[in-house]
Ligand binder design. Structure first.
Ligand code: NAP
Length: 199
């Protein structure tokens, strides 16, 4: 490892916790045809609550997402309200005003540390899709995973990477998620939280 990559590595390791929020079904599927395969109101409400709430009323949370996830959000709900929206794309040249565009995850994280944003951001949420989850889960980031485990089968074309239980430790009875098995539209699901072990 040269001096530059060591410096980049140390920036990554000391960065704030990246909180991944994802709902996945039995085959770890998360999406189909550019949308969610299911409609579970309680999960949408959980997503909204966890990504929006801050302790400090002067601050907001940042949500980082890939380009396809951005476009999977119905236009009338974009950008996600009361959150700092950051979209990752190597191709897009512009995006509507008030939304940040970054060419890489690293660039997005540097943007958050930047003078303008650092005092305004409380937590950072990674909200998909597949390759962004993978980059965070397998990379040298401190991270927490909020998983809505959907106990059902759905046809999917987009998947969450395998959760390596040697790396991700399940938190028992986490405080900030509803406990137990829930049910909606005949679908059972539960909220789980995992912390990535620091190596
Ligand atoms: N169940 C859930 O919790 C959940 C959550 C999120 C999304 N979804 C579903 O997942 C699907 C969309 O996810 P997806 O995996 O197909 O796509 P995605 O990750 O949202 O978007 C992929 C695109 O994002 C950009 N991108 C990704 N990583 C990047 C990086 N490190 N640097 C720069 N750009 C990067 C690239 O855009 P360019 O090609 O423009 O360079 C890439 O083609 C939809 O079906 C959606 O409904 C489900």
């Amino acid at each position: 490892m040269n001096q530059f990559s060591r410096k980049v590595q140390s920036i990554k390791m000391t960065s704030t916790t990246l909180n991944l929020v994802v709902a996945a079904c039995n085959n770890r599927g998360i999406g189909v045809d550019g949308r969610l395969p299911w409609r579970i109101r309680q999960d949408i409400d959980f997503f909204k609550k966890i990504t929006t709430e801050t302790k400090d009323p002067e601050k907001k949370n940042a949500v980082i997402m890939g380009r396809k996830t951005w476009f999977s959000i119905p236009e009338k709900f974009r950008p996600l309200k009361d959150r700092i929206n950051i979209v990752l794309s190597r191709e897009m040249k512009e995006i509507e005003s008030g939304v940040y565009l970054s060419k890489s995850l690293q660039e997005a994280l540097e943007l958050i540390k930047d003078r303008d944003l650092s005092s305004k951001v409380e937590h950072v949420y990674i909200i998909g899709g597949s390759s962004v989850y993978k980059e965070v889960m397998t990379g040298p980031y401190k991270c927490r995973l909020y998983l809505t485990r959907i106990m059902a089968d759905f046809e999917c074309d987009t998947f969450l990477p395998d959760i390596d239980e040697k790396v991700f430790q399940k938190i028992e009875n986490p405080l900030n998620v509803p406990s137990g098995i829930h049910s909606e539209n005949g679908i059972n699901f539960q909220f789980e939280v995992y912390d990535k072990l620091q190596t």
